[in-house]
Design a protein around this ligand. Sequence first.
Ligand SMILES: Cc1cc2nc3c(=O)[nH]c(=O)nc-3n(C[C@H](O)[C@H](O)[C@H](O)COP(=O)(O)OP(=O)(O)OC[C@H]3O[C@@H](n4cnc5c(N)ncnc54)[C@H](O)[C@@H]3O)c2cc1C
Length: 418
Amino acid sequence: MTRTKNTTVCVAGGGPAGAMLGLLLARSGVDVVVLEKHADFHRDFRGDTVHPATLQILDEIGLVDRFHELPHQKVPTIGVVQDGRRIDIADFRRLRVRYPYMAFVPQWDFLDLITAEAARYPAFRLMMRTEAVDVLRDGGRVVGVRARGPEGELDIRSTVVVAADGRHSAIRRAVGVTPRLIGRSLDVIFFRISRRDTDPDEGICVRIGNGKIFGATDRRTYWQMSYETTAGGMAKVIAAGLDAFRADLAAMVPFLADRVHEVASYEDLSLLEARIDRLDRWHQPGLLFIGDAAHAMSPVAGFGVNLAVQDAVATANALVAPLLRAQRTGAAFDHSRLAAIQRRRRLATALSQGLQRATQRFGIDDALNGSGQPPAPKLFEKLAPAQWLMSRIIGLGFRPEHVRTPAASPAQTEGTRG
Ligand SMILES: Cc1cc2nc3c(=O)[nH]c(=O)nc-3n(C[C@H](O)[C@H](O)[C@H](O)COP(=O)(O)OP(=O)(O)OC[C@H]3O[C@@H](n4cnc5c(N)ncnc54)[C@H](O)[C@@H]3O)c2cc1C
């Protein structure tokens, strides 16, 4: 028999968008259940860049000191190496912000921090190994989620459902909506190479040359490497063979030449297909899409995690007051409020995706088709304002959000869940 639970908000997906929304709602006293289909957050090669705007949000909710206690690296610049010369395309130290750097933190540590903080509030409930499989409807309105967990099927009835279940959203499928494809021409192959103390201290650096792009992110004990290629590029890597891949790596990142054998088999390479897409409509009565479920991002500029967090903040800012009213008095929730979140976030999202496409078109594609060196990075050397602008766009985004929701003490936020 299917069990039933009641809550005010059911969030499908415990990624950056869902976890942050769960915390913000619970800390204001809104009853929330977050469903996460995996048993933990421990998955490799997830977006792990935390930008100055997100650090500011962590500051606003009193979490920034605990965040800085996590193993992390502060990266103040983003550079491109072309013709053997490094060009900084962003330098966050030029911004007037409290945290003038990008912090690299394994995403699982970030999500553990957010969900542990949320768990202090009785209004929060995180259900791991619980997968949203369908929505519940009443007439034309979504009134909850059907989920499958360790104890079988469960119906979670809620005033609002938030789909934060990522780029392959099950909720999107359940309600029959498809995002518009905006760009799909990049595959990213991730792998690791060990780090030695004698290696250069270079934070994050992208190397471009001979039709190849290798990215290296310093993770202190290892290098998180990425190899950018056109869509379907993994087949080309396999056709050329691992020796050719290792030789390209040694040529492009010479200080790793003595360790390229660490890429021992194709199993050491993880393919992630980058895709940029967006829903035309992020809401229906009773249902809201945020994060990648509303707009999948490519890895370019590391916008994804940060936009997901900004969506969560905007959602909480807009919905906490009416949801608390509905929860406390039984007053009807005005579903037209869900449209306000798309209105607020859509332009910033579209501009970020536009920048990702432009970078692809004027930087990555030129570099990959081997038609010489892309001209774009050199612009940043010649035009000082371009570097400032890029630092601002990457660091703060097009519309930074600030937390406006009240924080109740955990003891004050007794849940009402049934
Ligand atoms: C190759 C690649 C590299 C990237 N690198 C970066 C980077 O360095 N920095 C950056 O900012 N962004 C990066 N991004 C983008 C970034 O990963 C996403 O934009 C961001 O994670 C979106 O957050 P989200 O919470 O919306 O979705 P997700 O992070 O996808 O989280 C969704 C969560 O929902 C869970 N879930 C899925 N389906 C269900 C279901 N049916 N029921 C319950 N739970 C479910 C998933 O397990 C997951 O935990 C990268 C993207 C790609 C493709």
